[in-house]
Design a protein around this ligand. Structure first.
Ligand SMILES: C[S@@+](CC[C@H](N)C(=O)[O-])C[C@H]1O[C@@H](n2cnc3c(N)ncnc32)[C@H](O)[C@@H]1O
Ligand code: SF4
Length: 511
């Protein structure tokens, strides 16, 4: 195993272990004395794992994993041509499973983008399938559906994903298939654009986004907008000579923390530079309901923005107070009603499951209340304990739902939104340190989902991201993303803008 692979395995094991010990700071150490879990790689076919002094020895033979500690036991379910790195993860996961008497919903899958794996397996199976379908030209969605069973089987058998999650992942992949660019070449001729507005009215206790409390920045907001526009002129002007646009996403933070004058200024400067009707979709992630006013919604509507977010997170006032999200439930209803009245049709609402002190009944109440509003999209997150959030810093102060309770919340939300309310899941991603190792899922109803969410999550479209903390991604000839990050600090971003433009020019190959 080379150094990079070893480092990857090290990081993957840490994440895997963390899933079983969600409230412990799991770290890698190279000395055995400092470790409760010790993994020893003996040679390409042998390794051992000890957890709190219980030792197990593993052998890889003819593509199968054996635990030879006691009576020889075949662990892996099928014969595979996989490497040591894969089998170490399988051995570790199965050992942890047997010690904790529980199964992780995503098995040994570490990545934050499980749907990417569904598409990878699908591509591997496609050759065979095309033969079966006698070369009929079929849509991606139909062929993906036709290979659902073998994909589910591989997710369960190779990656130890539980069957319900595997089925759900394939369902998501099917629902989003027709909205992805159908080839790398097609994607490389386009780009989507992200504009970062990293300001919020106040800071929520669970959040670690690089967002700034607006109060301290009022005096620089126009300078910030001008810097973003300058970045546009240096990058987008030359880039748009050779590429068409897909989506525009103005996100945050909370873009509606801007006054209606500031919003008008930003949008009109952008509109001077590009015809908004060229975009397949334009989103302005309003977010905090307490920042949404009729005046701002009128500005949004007048620029032809298709989609906004009004995010309650929970419909229980007590929880909003506990998580330091300083708005009321009434703000949610008022903002939603105003947006509907002035004719904004595509509204997304974010919720978080697993919030402090919440029970399944609280989640049911939240989703039923939102379900009654009947927005076109609902995004269901599971709480992630972010390192730099107040929830993490004061973990003892918060009473988080148990893993079983969180599992029930996730399961209930999936059933309710799909079966009772007719929503379809269309994008899914995972984050580090999610309560009960779950996932975030975007649901939609109506004629189409949010295309930008699919593009960014699946890394299938070049994204040029402008503003502080914005992360751009070019797509290389193999379909892999090339990242280019702007600094998070607003003042440093404005000071060092030339440097960031240069880097972006290199990545997107513009003069
Ligand atoms: C980029 S944030 C911005 C949205 C906007 N500022 C707001 O709060 O309404 C997007 C979403 O991520 C989710 N989120 C943020 N922190 C989270 C955490 N620690 N765990 C789970 N979801 C989180 C919330 O649902 C939030 O609406
Ligand atoms: S959750 Fe949204 S409003 Fe709250 S601090 Fe994070 S980005 Fe800002």
């Amino acid at each position: 195993m080379d150094k990079t692979e070893f480092l990857n395995l090290q990081a993957e094991c840490v994440v895997l272990i963390k899933g079983y010990y969600p409230h412990v700071d799991v770290e890698y150490h190279s000395e055995r004395e400092s470790c409760q879990i010790w993994i020893e790689l003996i040679d390409r076919n042998h390794f051992s794992i000890s957890i709190n002094d219980e030792l197990r020895q593993f052998v890889i033979k003819t593509g199968q994993l054996y635990d030879v500690t006691s009576s020889p036991l075949v662990f892996s379910k099928i014969s595979l041509s996989k490497d040591l790195r894969y089998f170490v993860k399988v051995g570790l996961n199965l050992f942890l499973e047997s010690k904790h008497h529980k199964k992780m919903p995503w098995g040994i899958l570490q990545g934050i983008r499980p749907i990417k794996l569904v598409h990878k397996i699908y591509k591997e199976l496609q050759h065979e399938l095309q033969h079966e379908l006698e070369h009929e030209v079929m849509e991606a969605k139909t062929t993906l559906l036709a290979s659902a069973e073998p994909i589910i089987q591989r997710l369960c058998q190779e990656y130890y994903v539980n069957e319900a999650m595997a089925k759900f992942a394939v369902e998501v992949a099917v629902n989003e298939a027709e909205y992805r660019p159908q080839s790398i070449k097609e994607a490389q001729k386009q780009c989507s654009i992200y504009i970062s507005i990293p300001f919020c009215p106040t800071r929520c206790h669970y959040c670690s986004f690089p967002s700034n409390v607006i109060e301290q920045f009022h005096h620089t907001l126009y300078d910030y907008i001008d810097t973003v526009i300058y970045e546009w002129d240096c990058i987008m002007k030359p880039l748009l000579k050779s590429r068409s646009v897909s989506c525009l996403y103005i996100g945050g933070g909370t873009p509606t923390v801007f006054s209606s004058e500031e919003l008008t200024y930003l949008l009109s400067e952008l509109a001077k530079r590009i015809d908004f009707s060229l975009f397949k979709e334009i989103t302005l992630e309003a977010g905090r309901p307490d920042t949404i006013t009729l005046e701002k919604l009128r500005v949004i509507q007048s620029f032809g923005i298709h989609r906004i977010s009004i995010n309650p997170q929970t419909m229980n006032q007590k929880t909003l107070d506990t998580i330091g999200r300083k708005h009321t439930i009434q703000h949610v209803y008022t903002a939603y009603q105003l947006a509907e009245e002035i004719g904004i049709k595509r509204i997304n609402m974010d919720v978080i499951l697993g919030l402090p002190d919440e029970t399944l009944e609280d989640v049911e109440h939240t989703l039923r209340a939102i379900g009654e509003l009947n927005p076109m999209e609902i995004t269901v997150h599971t709480l992630a304990i972010k390192r730099s959030s107040k929830v993490n810093e004061q973990l003892d102060h918060y009473h988080l739902p148990t893993e079983q309770e969180t599992n029930r919340m996730v399961e209930w939300s999936m059933n309710y939104l799909k079966s009772e309310k007719g929503y379809k899941p269309y994008y899914l991603y995972r984050q580090k340190n999610m309560v009960a190792s779950h996932e975030n899922v975007g649901y939609f109803k109506g004629d189409k989902p949010c295309i930008y969410n699919i593009e960014i999550m699946e890394e299938v479209m070049p994204i040029v991201a402008l503003g502080a903390g914005a992360i751009s991604k070019e797509i290389d000839d193999h379909g892999n993303p090339i990242r280019c990050e702007n600094v998070k600090n607003v003042e440093i971003y404005m000071e060092r803008i030339e440097e960031m433009i240069l880097r972006k020019k290199e990545v997107f190959k513009v003069e």
